[in-house]
Write a protein that binds this ligand. Sequence first.
Ligand code: G6P
Length: 499
Amino acid sequence: YERKDGRPTKQRLLVVANRLPVSAVRRGEDSWSLEISAGGLVSALLGVKEFEAKWIGWAGVNVPDEIGQRALTKALAEKRCIPVFLDEEIVHQYYNGYCNNILWPLFHYLGLPQEDRLATTRSFQSQFDAYKKANQMFADVVNQHYEEGDVVWCHDYHLMFLPKCLKEYNSTMKVGWFLHTPFPSSEIHRTLPSRSELLRSVLAADLVGFHTYDYARHFVSACTRILGLEGTPEGVEDQGKLTRVAAFPIGIDSDRFIRALELPKVQDHIRELKERFAGRKVMLGVDRLDMIKGIPQKILAFEKFLEENPSWHDKVVLLQIAVPTRTDVPEYQKLTSQVHEIVGRINGRFGTLTAVPIHHLATDVVTTTAQDRSLDFHALCALYAVTDVALVTSLRDGMNLVSYEFVACQDSKKGVLILSEFAGAAQSLGAGAILVNPWNITEVASSIGYALNMPADEREKRHRHNFMHVTTHTAQDWAETFVSELNDTIVEAQLRMRQ
Ligand code: G6P
C-alpha cells in the first residue's frame, strides 16, 4: 500500500463496533479519564502488526453538550478512537430496545418478546427506525474519516444496517461485517418482522463472517429461503453480485494470559486463593449476567450434584463470577434477582457455619474496573489457574472465550472444562472438554462428578488437545485472516468484472 507521497505504509483499518474499547468517565466540564478495556476484539487487533487500526464506536456515555463532546473526541483521538455520540432516546430505542431486547434474544434462540404483543409490535417499528437511524449515524462518522484504500470492518448485530449505508456513500469502499453471536436457523430468523431488510443490508458487504460454519450456513439459508437468492459454495449471489460468506472462528491472545501467570502479583493471588480454598476442589463460572449464559441452570445442576453426593459437601466450592451487563433491560433485572434467590436457597440448604458451597461474585477475590464491566485481569488469571473444573454452560453462545482463557491458564494444573454443546467453542474444544446439554441438569450434574473424579492421565490428554488449539488459533490469526480474505475477495470481484 502506498501513501499519497508514494511511501509505503500500513493498510488502514477502520474497526466499527457499537462500543469503543474504552470506558470513559467525565471528570469535569472538559475533562475525561479513559481506561482501555482489553476485551477479545481489542487484544486481537493490538496483536496485528500489518494494519494501522482506528476504532469508531459509542463511548457508552451520554454527552449532551458540545464542550463535553469536543473534549471526549480529543481524549479518544490519543487512543486511536473516534466516538459516535448517541443521545439517551436513541440508546434506549436502539441499544436497549432493538439490539438487546429483540436481536440478541432472537439470535440466541430465545425468540421475540412475547408479553403484550400489541405494544411490542407498535414499539418494534419505532425501535427498528431508531436502529436504522443509529446505524446511519455510525456510517456518517465512518464516511468522515474514510480514506481511499481503507478497509472498513463492521462488527456485530448492532450494525447489520451499516454495510448498506456505507456502500450508499461509496460503492468502492471495502466493507467486511462479522457477527460475534450465533446466526440462528432461518426458521428463527424469519420470525423477525424486519428479516429481509436486515439480510439485504448485510449482503451489501463484500465479506460476511461468522464464528462457525453452522452460523454461516444458517445465514446463507436465510438468504436463499427468505430472499429467494442463490447460495453458492462461496456465499450468496444476487443478480451477478457475490457476497462472500465464510467462517472465521475467533481466538484469544493466549500469550497475554500465559505471561501474566508468571507475574509476582498473579502468583500472590494464586497463593492466597489456594490457602483460602485448601482441602476443597474449586469449580469456576465466569459469565456476563445474561440469560444466554445459563447461570440458573448451572447452579441448579450444581445443587443436584450436591444432593446426590453428600461426601462432596465440604470438599467442593463453586465460584460463580457474574458480571452485571445491560442493566437497563428488564429481562436482565429479572435474571439478577432470580440468580440471587437460587444461590441464597442453595447456600442455606448446604452451607455450614464455616463454609458455603457457592460464592457468587466474590468481589473480595475479584476486583472490578470503574464501570463494573470487566474483571481485574490479574485476579482473573489467578482464578483460572487455581480452578479444578470450569463450567461454561451457555444455552447459546457465539463462541465463548472464557473457555479459551481458562485453558490458556491451566498448563500446570490441567483442570477439566465442562462446555455447553451450544457454544461456538464446542466446535473447537469439543475433543478436550466434556460436552453437555446445559438444559439437561441431570447430565450436567453427573458431568460435574465425572470431572471432579477424572484421573490425571485423562485430564492431561484432554488439556493437551485444548491447549494446543487455544495457543495456535489466536485472536491475531483471526483478525489477519479476515482482513486478508476481505482484500482477496475484492481483488477477485474486480477480476470477475473485467472478464
Ligand atoms: C457480546 C457482544 C458484544 C458486546 C458484549 C458486551 O459479546 O457480541 O458486541 O459488546 O457482549 O455487551 P454490551 O452490551 O455491554 O456491549
